[in-house]
Write a protein that binds this ligand. Structure first.
Ligand SMILES: [Zn+2]
Length: 240
């Protein structure tokens, strides 16, 4: 699976882990806390004072971190900061930026329809088979090699990236694969039975909402369907 910047944003959001940049800045604040608590006569403290007075890069960066976390007063007065509070504020800002970024990525056109929050998704933390987890991630991030994705590399215009496995003459995208392609009708029965049983009203909603509900509430059934459907497609493409 080839990962580019667009998928990286989606994978980050699905993993929901603390971003590296937030962790790194928290460590800087941790060091700041240590330095401001050192006695003035210590050599390390003197070097810190010199760095701070001359606005050298390290101090300048701490100043930016604290001011963007609405804690600039701590920097101005050499005060220790609550690291959890800084982390929380940086995380909120990072999440806001992430929410804007996913809407700017054309390849994540479907992803934005079923993903809103920067949190760990069930297909990451539940005990799915490795293959199932990988296929779920590929489907969510539009890297599953369906016609809509493969056609992009072949230079085919989007409306002509049609499904080769049915006669519907429609673009083979993630929604066609999961909800509509007649090739997977039999496999889809168990998926739809599960929805019917647990949340029949969701059928009235848009495909993005249904997929979102499945990923959140019945990821095992969904993952099983994706895996079987994908094997079926591959067995047709590459018969042994
Ligand atoms: Zn089809």
């Amino acid at each position: 699976m080839c990962i580019n910047m667009q998928q990286k944003v989606a994978i980050e959001g699905d993993a929901g882990w603390d971003p590296c940049i937030v962790k790194q800045r928290c460590e800087m604040v941790r060091l700041w806390n240590r330095l401001v608590s050192l006695p003035e006569e210590r050599l390390t403290r003197k070097i810190f004072n010199w760095d701070r007075a001359n606005r050298h890069p390290w101090s300048r960066e701490v100043s930016i971190i604290l001011s963007t976390s609405d804690m600039h007063i701590m920097f101005l007065n050499n005060l220790q900061c609550n690291i959890n509070c800084v982390r929380q504020r940086m995380f909120i800002k990072y999440e806001d930026q992430w929410k804007q970024d996913i809407w700017k990525k054309p390849k994540l056109r479907n992803y934005v329809q079923f993903k809103n929050d920067y949190i760990t998704e069930p297909h990451i933390f539940f005990n799915l088979k490795r293959r199932q987890r990988s296929l779920c991630a590929q489907l969510r991030t539009s890297t599953l090699p369906l016609a809509v994705e493969v056609g992009r590399f072949k230079g085919i215009s989007e409306e002509l990236r049609l499904c080769e496995f049915c006669d519907l003459q429609v673009v083979e995208d993630e929604f066609h694969f999961v909800f509509y392609c007649p090739l997977y009708c039999d496999l889809r029965n168990s998926l739809f039975e599960s929805i019917q049983l647990k949340n029949p009203d969701i059928f009235w909603k848009y495909e993005g909402d249904i997929l979102c509900w499945l990923f959140e509430n019945d990821v095992f059934t969904l993952a099983k369907f994706i895996e079987k459907a994908w094997y079926l497609q591959q067995s047709i493409l590459y018969p042994v």
